[in-house]
Design a protein around this ligand. Structure first.
Ligand code: C2E
Ligand code: MG
Ligand code: MG
Ligand code: MG
Length: 292
């Protein structure tokens, strides 16, 4: 009896498992088709300098429009393709799309360097830089310096020497490189020493809790100090309000990105946002509102 039950349970688990993998496989297929049909879109989130509020760049964040009018954020599909060649297709699509966008924004006077998120598996490809150069060559009027790379899930970098060589090649081309979500990977400390990146982006989970949690504040302060020791620029992500921006500036953090500056926005909103931002002082410098 028990054996039979166990057997049934095993069969049920198996069925559930294969149904899930089949659903995931269908989703991957649908994503491949959407990518080839150029149906995905990028939203852009600004990055600003804390000292004076100056706009210094933006990050391109992928969104997948669905038939029902909703937009899927990357957590719905990136985890399914991170170990798959599809993540490389997505990365190259994003670079191509950003370069096309930069062409237009340069003419509108609102181009700033835009960072594309690149997965470890893609970054470690031997031909990563060569293929990037082909994409850049296809956009001759866009300087390479208008493209930046954010290395995501760097904990998955199993070849630090190869990663370091790629970073050096990119920097030689004028392309700045950041380690994304710093603090999350267990090997982060060693990575910072061995990877010659320009920037370190502190994961938003530390930043968002910083004002309520002394431990998180210590982590953030330690990352800032460590990164500066190595001459790297520090970017805080998840800066949701002015209080955080002020605190981070006091702690010596260089740049900020987060809802407190702006949420990621569709490309059509970018020129207007840039114009408004440049016309006004950063919100964290505005005098506190006087309540009646
Ligand atoms: P990430 O690179 O760390 O991007 C920052 C994420 O934090 C974005 O989520 C952004 O919308 C969100 N965010 C920004 N400011 C705030 C804030 O103040 N508060 C809160 N709560 N969240 C904030 P999103 O767009 O959902 O992207 C999630 C992750 O998906 C990214 O994390 C990145 O790792 C990955 N991703 C996005 N686009 C791409 C892509 O084109 N290729 C690859 N490989 N990964 C991507
Ligand atoms: Mg990123
Ligand atoms: Mg990040
Ligand atoms: Mg993050």
């Amino acid at each position: 009896q028990a054996k039979q039950q166990g057997g049934n349970r095993y069969v049920m688990f198996d069925l559930e498992f294969s149904q899930r993998t089949q659903a995931e496989q269908r989703l991957r297929e649908r994503l491949r088709v959407a990518l080839e049909a150029d149906e995905l879109v990028l939203h852009y989130q600004p990055r600003v300098r804390l000292a004076d509020g100056r706009l210094v760049g933006a990050e391109a964040l992928v969104r997948w429009p669905q038939g029902d009018g909703t937009l899927w954020t990357p957590d719905r599909f990136i985890p399914l393709i991170e170990q798959d060649a599809l993540i490389e297709l997505l990365g190259e699509w994003a670079v191509r799309t950003v370069l096309r966008q930069q062409h237009a924004w340069r003419q509108q006077g609102c181009a700033v360097p835009v960072a594309v998120n690149i997965a470890a598996r893609h970054f470690l490809r031997a031909d990563f830089v060569a293929r990037l150069q082909l994409l850049l060559a296809a956009a001759p009027d866009v300087p390479a310096g208008l493209l930046e790379i954010e290395l995501v899930e760097s904990a998955a970098l199993d070849n630090l020497d190869q990663a370091a060589r790629t970073i050096e090649q990119l920097r030689a081309l004028g392309i700045s490189v950041a380690i994304d979500d710093f603090g999350m990977g267990y090997a982060s400390l060693g990575y910072l020493r061995r990877l010659p990146v320009d920037k370190v982006k502190i994961d938003r989970s530390f930043v968002m809790r910083m004002l309520d949690d002394a431990d998180d504040r210590q982590v953030v302060q330690a990352i800032i100090g460590l990164a500066h020791t190595f001459g790297r620029t520090v970017v805080a992500e998840g800066v949701e309000h002015d209080g955080l921006a002020r605190a981070l500036r006091q702690m010596g953090c260089d740049e900020a990105q987060g809802y407190g500056v702006a949420r990621p926005m569709p490309m059509a909103d970018w020129p207007g946002w840039v114009e408004r931002w440049r016309a006004a002082p950063p919100p964290w410098e505005a005098p506190a509102a006087v309540s009646a």
